[in-house]
Design a protein around this ligand. Structure first.
Ligand code: AMP
Ligand code: MG
Length: 518
């Protein structure tokens, strides 16, 4: 492997070494040592992705790989570190947070791409606050499967390379109700071109440390936004513009596939516009703008599906406030933020139209989309199944629309009377609108199927894999991992996963809503 360590060689380090909890000033990271574990065991590896990193099949089977990916061995000439960041959590400035249980091992360069390898759950750091620096198996399975699933769905995301057991128990109170219990500890190795978050920059602005802020922004531009040129006030503005666009694009992808992140705090917003930190995330089953998977958010629903675009903008405001201290001119930043709203509206409409197979322009398209959203919401309709089956609609109306999609209804008996009429009206309008399209039924279907996945990591599917894994059986992790590599393809042998959420999962812990306990 071709290793390098730009982050630690070019940025200021915390002079103190060791895991004592502390406020780390004027530094971007602290050196830390991963915790040794009692019985490390590899559960799953992303073999294809390993190849992209220059790691061979033999390497993956080596004792060294297991030991490095569980924190039991530090590769020669590398110095693991935890990053310092702050963040706005649920709308409030939370001060210093930092990598409380993430440890960056080293950077790898392969095929002209640069990657940072990080362990999640490998022990305490100066940023662990009250936490133990560890992670449990359930949340690690969810992070491992979902990051790779998102990648194959075409959504910008951090990646996952391996999932291991530490061999040690971890104490957690899943429901925050005083019932603590031991769970199996696990470690995921995550990989990304960079793990920098909005919060990495915010912390310096909050502390008035403009010097370190500038050093970090310049570093980011030099290594991750090279095409923008030499750092300057003008470059900072286009840098912000690009972060805005990447963030927006990422969120539009989330809306397209029905992914709800659950904790869009600014410390969970990647500066590269990647989906990062898979915690209490979830997938829409019944299409519901108001749904949030996060129990901590159940009251205010700040991070509900419909609000993700607004929160993206709110988070960008915080980043703009931070960058303002380097730019000292609010106007260009405000203009970019203003632009977000317009861009969102136009891109979102194009995205929704693509889900409907509409590529020509019609002044009533927005209304057609909104009418559909209203009625989807009113009838508890499975989002994934609805859009997938809609591609079977024929331009000549030879198959009744409702019949094609009725399988998506959670309560089919409720679709009668005025609701049924609304659906029929919508299909009549859709049929009429389709006459404007030039694509054949088959070509339209192929295009729709490339944006409407057939298979997503439904909340109950992940939970089934977790239940098995807790019993020492990892077959389902492998089965889902393979299934989700081709989410847009028909996989006749896997039709059993193209189903609505079973009723037993409606209110089951882990299958409907999740706490932040992980
Ligand atoms: P999250 O909500 O997972 O994005 O985490 C918010 C902050 O809490 C981050 O700074 C994490 O590093 C930290 N954190 C979460 N869980 C733990 C843990 N078990 N031990 C130490 N720090 C943690
Ligand atoms: Mg986080």
């Amino acid at each position: 492997m071709n290793l390098n360590n730009n982050f630690i060689s070019e940025l200021p380090a915390d002079p103190i070494v060791g895991n004592t909890r502390r406020q780390v000033k004027n530094a971007c990271f602290s050196y830390v040592t991963p915790k040794k574990t009692s019985k490390p065991k590899l559960i799953h590896v992303s073999e294809d992705f390993a190849k992209d990193l220059g790691i061979s099949k033999d390497d993956l089977q080596s004792k060294e790989f297991l030991n490095i990916m569980t924190g039991n061995q530090v590769l020669n000439n590398t110095t693991p570190y935890a990053m310092c960041y702050g963040g706005h959590q649920f709308g409030n400035w939370a001060g210093q947070l930092g990598d409380g249980r993430a440890i960056n091992l080293f950077d790898v360069e392969h095929d002209k791409k640069q990657w940072t390898i990080q362990l999640k759950g490998a022990g305490e750091t100066p940023y662990s606050r009250q936490g133990d620096g560890l992670a449990v198996l359930r949340s690690s399975v969810r992070e491992y499967l979902c990051s790779e699933a998102m990648h194959h769905l075409g959504v910008p995301t951090t990646r996952a390379l391996s999932l291991s057991l530490s061999g040690d128990d971890v104490m957690r109170d899943i429901l925050y109700d005083g019932n603590r219990a031991n769970e199996k500890g696990a470690i995921v190795s995550r990989v990304s071109p960079s793990f920098l978050r909005f919060g990495n920059y915010e912390i310096f602005a909050a502390r008035g440390d403009h010097k370190t802020l500038k050093t970090l922004v310049d570093y980011t531009i030099k290594h991750h936004f090279k095409h923008l040129g030499q750092p300057s006030k003008d470059t900072y503005i286009v840098f912000f513009k690009e972060v805005m666009e990447r963030t927006l694009d990422m969120i539009i992808h989330w809306q397209r596939i029905g992914f709800v992140h659950g904790v869009m705090n600014t410390d969970n917003m990647s500066i590269l516009g990647l989906t990062i930190d898979y915690g209490p995330y979830g997938w829409l089953e019944g299409f519901d703008f108001g749904w949030t998977p996060n129990t901590t958010d159940a009251q205010n629903k700040r991070y509900r599906y419909a609000n993700q675009p607004n929160i993206g903008l709110w988070n960008l405001y915080q980043l703009a406030n931070t960058l303002y201290s380097l730019i000292e001119d609010s106007e260009p930043l405000e203009e970019i933020l203003e632009n977000y709203k317009n861009r969102f509206e136009s891109k979102s409409l194009v995205m929704m139209k693509s889900k409907l197979g509409l590529f020509e322009i019609d002044k009533n398209d927005l209304k057609l989309v909104q009418d559909l959203e209203d009625i989807l919401q009113a009838t508890e309709t499975d989002m994934t199944i609805f859009f997938r089956n809609l591609s079977l609609f024929k331009k000549d109306n030879s198959v009744e629309g409702l019949r094609l999609i009725e399988y998506a209804f959670y309560k089919p008996s409720q679709v009668n009377g005025s609701v049924k009429t609304e659906w029929e009206t919508w299909f009549a309008n859709y049929h009429k609108r389709l006459q404007k399209e030039r694509l054949s039924d088959n070509n339209r279907k192929a295009k729709m199927n490339s944006v409407n996945p057939k298979y997503v990591l439904r909340n109950y599917m992940a939970q089934l894999a977790i239940d098995d894994a807790n019993n020492g059986n990892y077959d389902l992790i492998d089965e889902l991992f393979k299934l989700l590599k081709e989410p847009y393809s028909e996989q006749p042998e896997n039709e059993k996963w193209f189903v609505k959420r079973p009723e037993w999962a409606r209110h089951k812990v882990g299958c409907s809503m999740l706490s932040c306990s992980s």
